[in-house]
Design a protein around this ligand. Sequence first.
Ligand code: PLP
Length: 387
Amino acid sequence: MVMPSSRVEKIPPYLFARIDKKKEEARGRGIDLIDFSIGDPDIPTPKNIVKKMQVAVRDPKNHRYPVYEGMLEFREAVANWYLKRFNVNLDPQTEVIALIGSKEGIAHLPWVYLEKGDIALVPSPGYPVYRITTLLAGGKPYIMPLREQNRFLPDFDIIPKHILEKAKIMFINYPNNPTGAHADELFYRKVIKLAKEHNILICHDAAYSEVTYDGYRASSILEFDRSKKYSIEFHSLSKTYCMTGWRIGFAVGSKDAIYNLGKLKTNIDSGVFQAIQYAAIEAMTGKQNSVQNMKKVFQKRRDMIVEGLASIDIKVKKPLATFYIWAKVPQGYTSASFCEKLIEEAGIVVTPGNGFGDEGEGYFRISLTVNDKRIREAIERLQQLKL
Ligand SMILES: *Cc1c(COP(=O)(O)O)cnc(C)c1O
C-alpha cells in the first residue's frame, strides 16, 4: 500500500461521520427525517440566470479555455457591483479575480502566504476550510474563540503579542457561519488597525453579505481599508443567488494578494467555464428581486424556528443575517448527545456545534433550508420531546 503524505494524514477525521451514520440508521428504521443540517439553499437559481446560461452554453466561443483570472467583462461587473453596493472602487484589471466558488480561493490562500510553521489566525467555531487548508499548507492555525458574551466576535486583546508578531494572515467571516453573528463598523476598524500594526493580511469571507434581514446591511472590509493594502475579501454567488452548484465566486482587494493568488491558481486550475461567468454577470447586473424573495422566505422560517425553540425553552436571538440559527444545547447534553437524541427520538437532523471547532461544543446549528410545512412539523415533534 502506498501511504498518503503526512499532509493528508493531518486532515482530521470527518466530524459529521457519526451523525451521517445515525441518519442512515434512522432512515433504515423507516424514520421520516427532517434535515436542518444542509447549508445549501433549497430555492432554485433565479430564472434570468438560468436563461442566460442556456444561451451562453450554446456559443462555441465559450467552449474553449476561459481567461484564467476571469473575463474582463466579469471582473467589470464585480467592480460595478462593489461600487454600487459598498461605495468601494476596484480596478477590474488588478483588484478582482474570478474563483471556482469562494471556497476554492479561500483554500488556496494559505499556500500563497504561509511558510512552514507560519501562523494563521483562525476563528472557532468557523468554516472548517480556514483551519484545514492552513494545516495542509504547513502553517499553524492559532484559534481565535468566538464567544457569545462577545457577540461571536474575536477578542484581539487576548491574543499574545508574540503570536500577533508572527501571524501572517487572519481569517474572519461576517455575517458568520455558523453563529449567524454580524460585525459592526467598530470591529472592522479594530481589525484593520491590528493588521497595520502587525502586518497581517486580513482574509474576509463575505459569503453571506447579501443574506440579511430586518433592514441590516452588511459591510465590506474594504470600506475600512481604503488603501486596500491589508485585506482580501472573498465573495460567492452561491448564497446570494442560490447558485451553490454552479461554482463561481470572486476575490477582491489587495493587488499583491490578488496577483499572487492568481499566480498560484494558473498552475492549478484554468478558470471558470465562461458560460457560467456570463450567467454570473446576469446575476450581478440583472433584476435583483430574487434576492428580496429569498430573504423573505428565510426570514419567515427564521421567525418560526426561533419562536418554536422558545416554546421548548431554548432561547436564541433572531440573527440579522445568514440562513443559520446557532443555539445552546439544553443542560445535561453535549453537542453530539443532543444531536443524536434529536435524530433518534424526533427524526430531526441538526449540525453539532463541535463540527465547527472545539469552541462550538455545547451548541447546535439549524439551517433554514427546510420549507414551512416541515418546519411546523419539526416544531411539533420537538414539543413532544422529553428534554
Ligand atoms: C458557503 C460558504 C462558502 C463557500 O461558498 P462557495 O460555494 O464555495 O462560493 C464560503 N464561506 C462560508 C462561510 C460559507 O458558508
